[in-house]
Design a protein around this ligand. Sequence first.
Ligand code: SF4
Ligand code: SF4
Ligand code: FES
Length: 745
Amino acid sequence: MSEMVKVTVDDRTVEVPKGTGIVETAAAAGIEIPVFCYEPRLGAPAGACRMCLVEVEGVPKLQAGCTLTAQDGMVVKTAQSSAKAAQGQNATLEFILVNHPLDCPVCDKGGECPLQDLTFRYGPGRTRMTFAKRTFEKPIPVSPLIALDRERCILCYRCTRFSSDIAEDGQLVAVNRGALSQIATFEDEPYRAAFSGNVIELCPVGALTSTQYRFEARPWEIQNVPTVCGLCPVGCNVTATTREGKVKRILSRNHPEVDGGWLCDKGRFTFPYLYADDRIVAPLKRVRRLGFDQISWDEALGEAERLLRGAQGRIVTALSGSEPVELAYALGRLLRGGLGAHNAVLPEATSDALHAFSVPLSAIAEAQLVVVVGDDRVVDRAPIVDLWLKAAGRRGTEVITISPAGDVQVDPGAAARVCRELAGPAHELGTRLRESERAILIWSGSGGGGGARLAELAHALGFEDKPGCGAFHLPATANARGVAEAWAAASDEEQGESPEPIALLIVSGDDAAADPSVRALAERADAVIALTMFHGLSVGWADLVLPATGALERDGTLQNLEGRLQRLRRAVMPPVPDELEWISQLAARFDVEVSAHAAGVFAELSAQLYGDIAFAAVGEQAPLPARIGYEPPPAGAEPATTPAPAAGEHFIGNLRLLRYRPLFSGPAVERVAGLQFQRPEAELALAPEEAARRQIADGDLVSARSNGTSVTLRARVDGTLAAGVARIAAEHAGELHREIEVLKT
Ligand code: SF4
Ligand code: SF4
Ligand code: FES
C-alpha cells in the first residue's frame, strides 16, 4: 500500500497516494487544472505547453502542474485562487494563439476542441495581434487517412510521443527547432502503421484530422453511440458517431483493462464498408448457372424452408465467429434444435477451459514474463494486444516470442509441440513460467488445438492458482469464443460426424465466405445458403443469398479474447432486416421458438451460460467474469492439430509456406478506399541465408511454385525469419500448397 500524503489545492485538502500527479490531485479535490500536452497514457509529462501553470507555496516561479507530483504538506494554488497563476495561463493562451488561426467555424475540431474550450474559460477576451498569422499549404496529407492543417498545431507533441513511445513506430516526428518546429512524417513518407489514427484523437486542436470525417458533420448534429468494435477479438470499446443515420467516425471509449483508450486503424477507419457499392440489400436466388434473381423476403424464407427440409439433416453450418452470440445461438436453435443439424465448422479452436485462466489484457503490461507462441504476428490477429506487449516491454517485462519469426525460431505449425515442451518438468523456460507469479501465455495462430492446448499448458504450470498469471488465445475473428459457446449451448446433442454427401451448406458471414476451406466445402455441397453482405464473396457459389448486417448495425453481445462479454449496440439501422427477425420467422415454420430480439435470445442463453444476468446488465464497461475451475477436455475430444515437423527438420530445396492474414485484409478492409495503402505488398519474405542460396536480393521478382501453380511476388529479405520458411500474405498466396519452390524470375 503506497504512502498517503496531504496536499492542499486552493484551500481544499485532499489525501492521495504519494507521487500522484498534481493534475489528478487537484481533480480529486474537485478542481480543474487545464492541460494541452499532458496525457498520462503517453508516459512521462512533456511540460511543453505551460497551460497547467500553478503557484506552489515556497517556490518563487509558476510551475507546470503536470510535471509535479504530490508530496506531503504541498500547497498548490491554481488560477482559481492565484492571480499570478491566472495571469500565467492567460499569457500562455495568448502566446499559443499568436499563430493559431482561430478558424473555429470551419475547423473540424470546432465544438469539441480543448483549445477552443480553454480559451473561453482561461484565455484573453480580445487579441492584441493585428499582424498576419502564419500560413502553410493545407491540408498536408500525413497519410490517405490523416490530414495536417499545420497552422493550427500548438506543438504539444502528443502525436509524436504517441508514435515514438506508445506505438513505437517512430514515423511521426518533429522537425526543425524553436518557432520553426513542425510536425512531419519521417522523410515525408505516408504514416503507414497499425495505430496511426490515435493521433487524431490525441491532438487537442484541429491540426490532425481524419480525412473520412473532415467536413462531414458538426458536433451539434451528431449522435454518439457506445458500442464495441467487431473487427477482431480484442473488442475495443468504441463510440460510433452517426449523422442522419450513417456512421461517420469511430472514436475510442477507453476501457482501461481492454484497450487503454487506443484503437487500431482497422477498427477506426473500416466502417465505410457498410456503404460499399456491392452491398447486398435484397435476397437473391440462383436461377441460372451464373445468374440470380432478386426475390422478396417471403419468397426467400420459402426457398430457405424448401432447402432446409430437402436436406433432411445433412446440413453443415460454417460460422465465421463474427456473429454476436445471439445470432449464433438463434441459428443453433433453428438448425440444431429444429432440424437436428448439429454439424458446424467453427471459426477457431478456442476453448472454454480458458475461463480458468482469465486476466484482463492490461495484466500483460504488469507481467514479469510473457511467452507468445504461434505462427502469426500478434498485431495481425489482435492489434491492441501488441500495444500491451509494447507497454510491457517498456516496463521491463521479458517478452519471448516462439515462432518462425520470433526470438526463439521454430518451424511453422510448431506451437502445439512448443506447449507440450514448456509443460515438461525439465524445461528451463517452463520452469520460469511455473515459478513466476505474474506470467502470461499468448497463442497467436491457427490450428494446433489453440485454446485447448494453451489451457492444458496453463494448467500444467499451475496458473489457475495464481491470480497474476493468465492465458490468451487470439482467434481470427471477433467473437470466436462466444460463437463456439453459443452454438454448443443450442442443443445437448453431440456434433457427430460430418454428413456425406453434404446436402446443404450454410455459410454465415463474410469471414466464413472468405475462408478457402469453406469454399472447398461449398464445392462438395449440393446446395449453399449464404448470409453475406457483399456480392463477389459467396455469391459465386450460393444458391440462395440472404443479406447480412455489419457489427455497427447489430444489437447483441460479443465475447472477446479475455472471455469478457461486451455489449454491441446498434449505431445505425441496417438497409436489410436484422438476422434475428427472419431467423425467428423461419424457425416458426419448423415449430421452433426463437425470439426476434437480441434481449429475448440473450435471456435464454444467459440462463445457461452467463449466470442469468440480464441483457441490460451487460453494461457500458463490462467487467471480466470471475475465473471458473479448469476442466480438462473430455476424453476423445482431442482437437485436430496441424501436423508439425520435428524441430530443425527442413525440406531440402523447398520452403515451408507461412500463410498469414495481415491486419489490413479481409472483405471489409478491401472495400475502403482510404485503407488500400495499408494493405500488404505482394511480397514473399524469406531469411537472408535462403535468399543468398537462391541468389535473390531484396526487391527481386521471384516465382513461388507448388503443385502446378505459381505466383510471382517481390522478395523481401527478412532477418527475423527462420531458415526454411517463406511468408506470404494469404491474399497473395493463391492456391500454393504447404511446401513451395522459390526461384528468382
Ligand atoms: S499536430 Fe496536434 S497533437 Fe501534434 S503537436 Fe500539433 S497540436 Fe499537438
Ligand atoms: S484492435 Fe481489434 S477491436 Fe480494437 S479497434 Fe482494432 S480491430 Fe477493433
Ligand atoms: S499540460 Fe502541463 S505543460 Fe502542457
